[in-house]
Design a protein around this ligand. Structure first.
Ligand code: SAM
Length: 328
């Protein structure tokens, strides 16, 4: 629980009596107890976090859509996204107050230094390996990047903070090299990101339908721009619980291996479990993983056949066939 933010808001009487409040990046865990729920919107594009916030009674949005009296930025780790959120927070808060809260490990010190160069701070607090500070929204951040999808030099659309925001992920590239031409008709890309892998799956002529499932709303927005193909459909959802209308021929994925800051194979294992659940009895899974990630036991437990079909010292491409578990 982030009690630093709550005590900072309370001690500086920063919560306005009237008007709307927008919190960027609060998660299901963030302590928002000092904020009036009926006047607060949380900008949260990650599907599982948005679900957790909605379960707590907060309204969530993928992007802010109205002016507010108070904007709070819970600093994300990606610097480009942090800058875009701070700039957006200032833009939607004319004559209001902007609060920034974050951990040292997420770069709060450099955000504080950058903000101090542009505007006089109203106040700040250092506590629990992080900082909170506030300033009035006259600050000018016109030289910082903006939120949302932007077309890059390689032609693909990407957005600040999405996975592999600076280019094509080498693991996905390795997976594409190893994918057979005969991939089946009905396919899903779990954790489709901004759509590189999906775009390459659609080059395979056997594909009649490709479903892209992605938890990050900004990444999925980019995927919609990168994958302009009538065979593709897009789902902002949690791949660990997603179920298609009917079982699939193949799942292709480069599963996430981070939950917050910690690297953990648990999320990848949950993706494998979904693949086994949503495939046809003769269905197949292709996945790429960092060489050190231990997915083989999960694959062997859930599929009749599993083998490494390609790889190098960084990545392995694993192919599993015929799920053995109850599928739906
Ligand atoms: C390693 S990236 C692969 C992205 C993409 N397939 C590519 O080739 O660039 C994993 C993706 O899974 C997404 N993700 C993480 N947790 C998720 C979840 N529970 N449900 C769906 N997608 C999730 C991340 O946002 C990220 O875009």
């Amino acid at each position: 629980m982030n009690s630093r933010l709550s005590s900072f808001l309370r001690d500086n009487t920063l919560v306005p009596e009237t008007g709307r409040i927008c919190v960027f990046g609060a998660t299901g865990e963030t302590d928002l107890s000092t904020l009036p729920q009926d006047r607060t919107d949380v900008v949260q594009g990650l599907y599982p976090e948005a679900e957790a916030l909605r379960a707590r009674g907060f309204s969530t949005k993928a992007r802010p859509d109205a002016q507010v009296s108070l904007a709070i930025v819970c600093l994300p780790r990606a610097k480009a996204l942090a800058q875009a959120w701070i700039k957006e927070a200032v833009r939607i808060t004319p004559n209001g107050t902007v609060v920034i809260d974050g951990q040292k490990t997420d770069g709060i010190e450099s955000s504080l230094t950058a903000c101090k160069k542009r505007v006089a701070l109203g106040g700040k607090l250092s506590k629990a390996h992080g900082k909170s500070f506030w300033f009035s929204s006259e600050a000018v951040f016109s030289d910082w990047g903006t939120l949302g999808a932007q077309q890059q030099d390689d032609g693909y659309w990407r957005a600040p903070g999405v996975f592999s925001a600076d280019g094509i992920d080498p693991a996905s590239e390795a997976l594409v090299q190893a994918l057979p031409q005969e991939l089946g008709a009905d396919i899903a890309d779990l954790g489709a990101g901004w759509g590189y892998l999906s775009a390459q799956i659609l080059v395979r002529k056997t594909v009649q339908k490709l479903q892209l499932i992605e938890a990050d709303h900004a990444a999925l927005d980019c995927a919609k721009k990168n994958v302009k193909d009538p065979r593709a459909s897009f789902f902002w959802d949690d791949a660990t619980s997603w179920t298609p209308a009917k079982p699939l021929d193949a799942v292709v994925m480069n599963p996430p291996f981070h939950t917050g800051r910690a690297a953990t194979p648990d999320l990848g294992r949950a993706f494998i479990k979904t693949a086994a659940r949503i495939l046809k009895p003769a269905g197949q899974l292709f996945l790429v993983a960092n060489r050190h990630l231990p997915y083989e036991a999960e694959l062997t437990a859930r599929f009749s056949v599993m083998k490494e079909v390609a790889g190098d010292n960084r990545f392995k491409i694993l192919h599993a066939q015929k799920p053995t578990r109850p599928r739906r």
